[in-house]
Design a protein around this ligand. Structure first.
Ligand code: TRP
Length: 363
């Protein structure tokens, strides 16, 4: 491609506080990628415009969650000196890019996008699908390509969006000449992190189900949620053999625990495999496993909580981080938009040739 820089773009819709599902699925990885020093640029976007595509009548909800999501980012260790945090609606270039990309995508292709399909069902839109919502994969392609992103660390549910983006990039480059960078998805390498269930064992974590552990949750609330997690309903007495499939406590341990945690909190077992073996054999109670999971979660979340408390004391500086980040993002997107207009030959006033052609023609 035009340059070999390694660039990350990713983001989240500000429709609520971020939870451990977001954390396992993508947020934790972002911090690791940020700290690896391997990337030339990292952009992290608060996708408010996308959130509005299915919340048009509730802008207050989106507005309220801008700061929540920013605080979540900062509290997990996104460092504004290393990563640009910005607000989608404040990069107007993204909408112009979306408008041009719309010409490169068919309605039937959008209808086949599995994420859009399942979201339409979930929201009971049926035939009254807002056009903006229907076309959000195109706007997501604009988000990614505006920054010439090479790498998009997201959860598994976003795979169809990245695929659609790659198609748009191919099409654009084929029609107008090599301009855009083809992005790659970066999924969590831990299977349990791909789809962390809710604390009730349901596949979907949602605020209305009350089955999420939020990053900003208090120590006591985390403990309560862990201690009431769904396990194996057939595991009634301690001596009963227990099942691991669909056992949420073990899924969370798969996602979050390591050998260091065993050495520190549960030294009778060397690792998770030994604990699982004992559970399957019988003779290991749920409470003991849950207490261990609680220690693991607290270790993971207490630094997050502490950092959040610091940032909450200086909201104005968080506001400045967002404002400065949005300005930086806008400059980068404007650069790409310039290239796009040039490739499409609609850069009439930058392109000296345009006036020359017209003069020749009308001479
Ligand atoms: N669709 C993503 C979500 O629901 C948010 C998002 C918008 C995004 N634009 C993006 C993610 C670009 C990665 C890249 O969380």
């Amino acid at each position: 491609m035009s340059d070999k820089k390694k660039i990350i773009l990713t983001g989240d819709r500000p429709t609520g506080k971020l939870h451990v599902g977001h954390y396992a699925g993508s947020l934790k990885r972002r911090v690791e990628l940020q700290d690896s020093g391997e990337f030339d640029k990292i952009y992290i976007m608060i996708a408010d415009a996308q959130a509005l595509t299915d919340n048009a009548d509730n802008p207050a909800k989106i507005r309220e969650n801008i700061m929540e999501v920013a605080l979540d980012y900062l509290s997990i260790g996104i460092d504004p000196a290393k990563s640009v945090i910005f607000i989608q609606s404040h990069v107007a270039e993204l909408t112009e890019l979306s408008f041009y990309y719309m010409n490169l995508v068919t309605v039937s292709r959008l209808q086949r996008n599995p994420t859009v399909k399942s979201e339409i069902q979930m929201r009971n839109f049926e035939t009254s699908i807002p056009v903006g919502f229907f076309t959000y994969p195109i706007s997501q392609a604009a988000d990614i390509t505006a920054f010439q992103a090479t790498t998009v660390p997201v959860g598994e549910d976003q795979a169809p969006m990245i695929e659609q983006t790659r198609e748009i990039v191919h099409k654009f480059n084929a029609v107008y000449g090599e301009t855009l960078t083809e992005p790659h998805i970066l999924l969590p390498d831990n299977q349990a992190c791909l789809r962390l269930p809710g604390t009730d064992g349901k596949a979907k974590m949602s605020k209305s189900l009350g089955n999420c552990i939020y990053l900003s949750e208090s120590e006591e609330d985390v403990r309560k949620k862990v201690m009431s997690m769904f396990t194996d309903p057939g595991h009634i007495r301690v001596q009963d053999p227990g099942k691991l499939e669909g056992n949420t406590v073990f899924t969370y341990l798969d996602a979050f625990s390591n050998e260091g945690h065993f050495a520190e909190y549960l030294p009778e077992y060397a690792n998770l495999d030994e604990l699982k073996e004992h559970y399957k054999r019988g003779g290991l109670g749920d409470v003991k496993v849950k207490k261990f999971l609680n220690s693991v979660m607290q270790e993971e979340l207490s630094p997050v909580r502490a950092r959040r408390a610091e940032y909450e004391k200086k909201i104005e500086s968080v506001y400045e981080i967002l404002k400065a980040g949005s300005g930086q993002a806008r400059a980068a997107a404007a650069d790409t938009l310039g290239k796009v207009r040039h490739a499409m030959r609609i850069d009439y006033f930058e392109d000296k040739g345009f006036l020359e052609e017209q003069k020749q023609k009308y001479q």
